[in-house]
Structure formats: structure tokens, C-alpha cells
Ligand binder design. Sequence first.
Ligand SMILES: *Cc1c(COP(=O)(O)O)cnc(C)c1O
Length: 404
Amino acid sequence: MTNSAASHLLPVFARVDLAFERGEGCYLVATNGERYLDFTSGVAVNALGHAHPALVAALQAQATKLWHMSNLFKSPDGERLAARLCEQSKFADFVFFCNSGAEALECVIKVVRKHHAAKGHGERYRMITFEGAFHGRTLATLAATGSEKYLEGFGPPLDGFDQVPHGDLEAVKQQIGPHTAGILIEPIQGEGGVRSAPPAFYRALRGLCDEHGLLLAFDEVQTGMGRTGELFAHRRFGVTPDVMSLAKALGGGFPVGACLATANAAAGMTPGSHGSTFGGNPLAIAAANAVLDVMLEPGFLDHVQKMSLLLKQKLAAVIDRHGDVVSEVRGEGLLIGVKAVVPSTDLVAALRHEKLLTVGAGENVVRFLPPLIVTEAEIEQSVASLERACAALSAGNLTRAAGP
Ligand SMILES: *Cc1c(COP(=O)(O)O)cnc(C)c1O
């Protein structure tokens, strides 16, 4: 054993020196007893907060019955979840269950490639993706992500992805060629810095796909499951994709991902063409069915939109007062980004000092991702924390500026 460091966890994460032992709704309780308001939601995962009674009950009930069952046999609860997701999606006919966002994207990519192969056009295997995208950390999804800093040192990236500037329709048109199979895009770039493009851009992509026989794939791993105030973010665009990935909030904290596809898109997916040992695991399916039960209750998404409006208004007021620290609010629903003027890592640390947990993103943005069950009082508390953090950072800057 050569590892002399204190930790035996592979050091791929820059972890904060803070650990939590339990969660209650929007709060996390640290091992030292301190309470934090959790506006990370495990990076858009704990949409119903921590220890939601309906999720706890569903998982406890399933835990006494059946933990795992292979896909050699039928899955009545998986059938039910798939049927509900298809109905809600208003486009999909089939669902493949997997265990993470990256795996959902792997399935998306395979569905798109196999679709064309099954129609006799195996030469169509390339997908157009966008700068600033994030699709995961497997070798294929990294290639789709296209970020130099994540790809470096891992050998030649998987071939088949052509990246164009985000929101640039002309660049997309230029890129379409005889090998193009589809277009892959997030309705809002989450990791990339809560970056949006106008709904007309997505409608234009749909038009281009229809015109050229391409498949349109939406990566809703972060935006899906109520995060933007709609069950799926693309509902705001007035067009549907052919293929869509879900994960993060789908299991409310239990690992589960999904790839949804139309029958036409999935034309090449036949027995043996894809698989997963754990995909559609009974515990994961029970958690996801319970999440959907809560999210489909009348008023759930209205609440998200109401809290979104409140949070955005209050954040805008803080920006008015502290333009030297924060400069812009972006995003939809409760996928909110605050663009920092100071280094975003400093703002995240200052907020943590004020007992508010947030998460950074590209373009020097700090993401506010509260559980979707967040209350008005909790929103007010978060903004008060931001106010104090801004005041502290301004004071720090002044001291620094006045110093030697
Ligand atoms: C988080 C994320 C992924 C990757 O999900 P993992 O579960 O970490 O593999 C893919 N796409 C988007 C848009 C994401 O936000």
C-alpha cells in the first residue's frame, strides 16, 4: 500500500471539510450538529428534500419485499413507471431504465446510432452537440461534452461528435452532413452556467431534424422532473424531442436514470441490443414511482413556479445592492444561477459560512438549486444569507483594496 494520504477515496473530488449525518426537508444536519439550508439538493437530485415521508415509506415497503430482480423477468412496477413517464412526456413510447445520467445518455447515443443503422444508413452516426454542454463522465458522454479539461489524458475521444457554439443556428446548419444522425442539447445548460437559448432556437432545431431526417435528443438529466417549474423543461418550447434522458431527480435521491424514445427513434433497439444488470432495480423503481406520485399532485408545479418568482425577485434586489459581488440572475423555475463578480468559489464559501449550501457552475455562476418543496420562509432565509455573504465579501474587497 503506497497511499500515505488520510483518505482512501480516489481523490477526484475537491471535497469541502464538512460531513452530514442526516437531512430534514430543505435542511442538512452536519456531524458537528450545525444545520445548513441545502440549496444544492445533491446537485438537483433531492427534489423533494431529505427524508420526504412518501419516499421513505415507499422505499421501506419495497425493502421488505424485493431488492433486486434481473431483467430476465417481467417488471410490473417498471411497466407502470414507464407508462406514466411516456404519458407525461407526450412523445415517448418506450423507456429504458439505467442507473445514472451518463448511462441515460449512453442509451440516447446508442438509440440514435442504431436508428439509422436499422434504416440502412449506418454511415449516419455523428451527433451535433454544443459548447458548454455537460452530458457525463463516461468516455462517450465525455466526447459529447467535448470539454478539453475533462478529456485530457484519457486518450483519443470517442469519434462521432461535432460541437458547435451554443445557440448558433447557422453553425448547426453548416455542420449537418451525410454522416449526421442527430442533435443533442440540454434545454438549459446546467453545469455550463445555467445558460439558456430562446425557445425559437429549439423549435428551429426540431425543424432542421425533420427536414434532414435527424433525431432530436434533449438531455433533461438536470432540467427534468419539475426543476424548471414544468415536469420537463422542453414543455416551454412547444416541440418534443425523439429521445430524452432523465436521471438526477427521477429517484429523489435513489440512483436511477432513464432514456425515453419514440417507437420510430427506437426502431433499431431489439432484444440483445442494450442492457443493464441494475437498470430498473425494484428499489429504484419504487422511489421513482413515489417521486412521480408527489410531483403529479395538483399544485406541485405551481408551487415551484411561485417560489421561482419569489427567489428571482429577491435575488434581483440583492444584486441591486451588491453589484460589486453579484451581477445577474438566470434560469427557470428553481434552476437558478447567480453570476458572481468575485470568484464564484469565494461566494460559495461565503454562503456556506452563512449556513447556505450552493453549487458552482461554468461562467462563474453560483447555482441555487433548492428542493422543489422549499417554502417562502426558507427562500427568505437563503436571501438573507446571500445578503450577509455579499456584505462580507464587499468588506473583504474594500480591506484588500485599501491594503498594501
Ligand atoms: C449531471 C448531468 C449528467 C450526468 O449525470 P450522472 O448521473 O452524473 O452521470 C448528464 N447530463 C446533464 C445535463 C447533467 O446535468
